[in-house]
Design a protein around this ligand. Structure first.
Ligand SMILES: Cc1cc2nc3c(=O)[nH]c(=O)nc-3n(C[C@H](O)[C@H](O)[C@H](O)COP(=O)(O)OP(=O)(O)OC[C@H]3O[C@@H](n4cnc5c(N)ncnc54)[C@H](O)[C@@H]3O)c2cc1C
Length: 400
């Protein structure tokens, strides 16, 4: 695609991760002329290409629950809603907490039901019947979502981009947006390494890179800091095998601060804690043996087999973190600039709903007085920190 054929678009989306891809898909479905710019090769070099892809509805802030609940049916019916495969695998999801958080767990589980999903409280003893490979020492209460599991983030973002392309969107790899252009107090386009593009609307979906120069140069502070987070893969025979679901669930364990999910039949991905000290680059430093060893020990308290398991690989990526660990979604600064960034380690599972709702706001003239807002997005507005209204968990645990 030559620069001259890209000199105009209705909307420029900056960033070809799953969020930008989902937004572009829905904008194109709404007949907008969309150009998506990815500095690397879409679906990118950011968080999406390294993500664990865990799918769950359970959250401590119920606004997150509602977005996840609107998204799960899309993952479940990807072929019909997007086209192609997203690799959805239903393993069941379990949230494990200490006894003292049992009441919070009950309320957060109820919020899942109110959002149209299904979550049930389950006796820890019954859980070991469902998943015999799971140890539950120190676990006081369990919430179980039968439809939880995981999907493949690269496949999901790739098929979203393909769907956008089928509807006429242009997806430009190796196109780095270097500057936002303004005319008066309006966005008028972007300057890229391949030339200028004029557009009345720019959606910044640039993940960990969003806090850098782009928005700052037009007077917008984007409260997003990069963090490197990782996953390691252990050989656990049978972890994901089974006729009705998997031998191990997709799990977040608040008591040890770990999370994991099966990978295929014989592997288990587990989370390696984030490291804010590692500086943002266009590439990511691999995880160190010490980082992986500490996480492996913690997971072994739940899945004994992980203790002596062979490591099969690891992946690390940068995601953008906000002060309240919830995304920034909405208009900001000059008319025509819209943020959809800062997904703080959890943006995969909500990307379908975020793309749909952001596109509806953008196509409806977001930021223009009198235009309808999407209520599900209201808690995430970029101005909330200055206004002293960060998102807070409704019923929190030790670590969430
Ligand atoms: C190890 C790991 C595990 C995770 N596990 C889960 C999980 O289990 N469940 C879950 O829901 N979430 C998880 N996440 C988080 C989730 O993957 C992210 O929140 C989500 O992928 C963010 O998508 P994004 O599109 O906002 O960002 P990204 O995928 O980072 O995409 C942003 C893109 O913007 C591009 N870009 C930046 N600046 C520019 C520019 N100036 N010009 C052009 N392009 C630019 C970048 O190259 C990048 O590709 C995990 C993340 C990681 C790293």
């Amino acid at each position: 695609m030559s620069p001259s054929s890209q000199t105009r678009a209705d909307v420029v989306v900056v960033g070809g991760g799953v969020v930008g891809a989902s937004i572009a898909h829905h904008l194109a479905a709404g007949s907008a002329d969309v150009l998506l710019c990815e500095q690397g090769i879409a679906p990118g070099q950011g968080a999406t290409s390294r993500s664990g892809g865990l799918l769950r509805l359970h959250h401590t802030a119920h606004c997150d629950t509602r977005l996840a609940a609107r998204s799960l049916p899309v993952f479940q019916n990807w072929q019909d809603t997007v086209g192609g495969e997203c690799g959805y695998r239903r393993t069941g999801f379990v949230m494990l907490v200490a006894e003292k958080y049992a009441d919070s767990l009950r309320r957060n589980s109820a919020a899942v039901e109110e959002s149209g999903g299904h979550s049930e409280l389950i006796d820890p003893a019954d859980l070991t019947e469902l998943y015999p490979g799971l140890g539950l020492d120190g676990v006081g209460a369990v919430a179980y979502e039968p439809a939880g599991g995981y999907a493949d983030p690269v496949a999901a973002a790739g098929t979203l981009l393909a769907a956008a392309r089928r509807r006429g969107a242009r997806v430009a790899d190796g196109m780095c947006v270097r500057r936002l252009l303004t005319t008066g107090d309006r966005i008028s386009g972007v300057e890229t390494n391949l030339g200028q593009v004029s557009a009345p609307v720019v959606v910044l979906a640039s993940g960990a890179w969003s806090g850098r120069d782009l928005a700052g140069a037009v007077g917008v502070t984007v409260e997003v800091a990069p963090r490197r987070i990782g996953l390691a893969l252990a050989a656990v025979p049978g972890a994901g095998a089974g006729d009705s679901g998997a031998q191990l669930p997709t799990c977040i364990d608040d008591t040890t601060g770990t999370y994991f999910r099966p990978s295929g039949n014989d592997g288990l991905y587990f989370g390696v804690p984030s490291n804010p000290a590692v500086r943002l680059g266009t590439d990511v430093e691999p995880l160190t043996p010490d980082e992986v060893a500490a996480a492996k020990d913690a997971v072994a308290t739940r899945v004994k087999a992980v203790g002596g398991a062979q490591l099969l690989g690891s992946k690390a990526g940068f995601d953008g973190y906000t002060p309240d660990r919830r995304p920034l979604i909405g208009p900001a600064g000059p008319d025509g600039l819209y943020l959809a960034t800062g997904f703080s380690g959890g943006g995969f599972k909500t990307a379908p709903a975020v793309g749909e709702l952001v596109a509806a706001e953008v196509l409806g003239g977001a930021g223009v007085a009198g235009r309808a807002e999407e209520p599900l997005l209201t808690p995430y507005r970029p101005g909330r920190f200055v206004a002293g209204r960060p998102v807070v968990g409704d019923f929190t645990y030790e670590r969430m």
